[in-house]
Design a protein around this ligand. Structure first.
Ligand code: 4GS
Length: 226
């Protein structure tokens, strides 16, 4: 998969893509990530890409011209163009799984108060939010989307069965995990996990996961398929 990130701060991404699983996926050639600085598409020599909002109000708005040119500089027939903003539909595991099958993703990060609506209307296929809060900088949202999505690209996760077992894949939380030592500061590992009865362990994990989901996120169980 190829991913193009359109933002005002390409340098923002250096850390996250240079460590751990994302680095491995990039080194293995499973994903290619490229950066485009929207500022390179300014039409003035100062590199200015924002302006005051028509109708008044606080803050600045990203101008349509530079954003349109930045998108068109990397757009192809098979591209899916995504705008990350709090006004989008909320990112879920199933959306990540769906996006993981795309060949070419163009991610437009939000900056300032927002982006001129006309370029969004003309160029964007989908608007996605990583959650109901406002970031100072849309680059974080692109990192979250990429990180959560690449787990669904075959070969990225060493144990593919873990992808299915993790939270949300089955509409409920993951179950609690324990490792050595058996007793930590007086607290024991639940007995059932030490017995080696796989069916019992599976039953216990399901019950634990469901109990916590019901307590913390009852909304997830409304669409229950268990
Ligand atoms: C989100 C979000 C976000 C909106 C970026 C205000 C800076 C900010 N992007 N999901 N301008 N939530 N973007 O908060 O995607």
């Amino acid at each position: 998969m190829e991913i193009e990130i359109l933002s005002l701060f390409p340098e923002y991404f250096r850390g996250p893509f240079d460590v751990s699983m994302l680095k491995r996926a990039i080194d293995a050639g499973l994903i290619t990530i490229r950066h485009t600085n929207i500022r390179d598409f300014a039409e003035n020599k100062h590199g200015r890409v924002d302006d005051r909002p028509f109708g008044g109000g606080p803050g600045m708005v990203l101008c349509p011209g530079p954003v349109a040119r930045a998108i068109r500089s990397c757009r192809r027939n098979e591209s899916k163009v995504i705008f990350l903003s709090p006004q989008g539909s909320k990112l879920t595991a199933s959306k990540c799984e769906e996006l993981a099958t795309e060949k070419h993703l163009i991610l437009l990060c939000g900056h300032y108060e927002g982006v001129d609506q006309r370029v969004l209307d003309a160029e964007i296929d989908e608007e996605i939010s990583i959650g109901d809060y406002v970031l100072t900088n849309g680059c974080v949202a692109a990192i979250v989307l990429i990180d959560a999505m690449v787990r669904f690209i075959p070969g990225v996760i060493g144990h593919p069965e873990a992808v299915q077992e993790d939270s949300f894949q089955e509409g409920i939380f993951d179950s609690p995990h324990y490792t050595r030592p058996e007793i930590f500061e007086g607290m024991k590992v639940p007995e059932v996990l030490l017995g080696g009865h796989h069916a019992e362990i599976e039953k216990w994990r399901k019950a634990k996961a469901k109990e916590k989901t019901r307590r913390v996120r009852p909304d997830l169980l409304l669409g229950e398929k268990l």
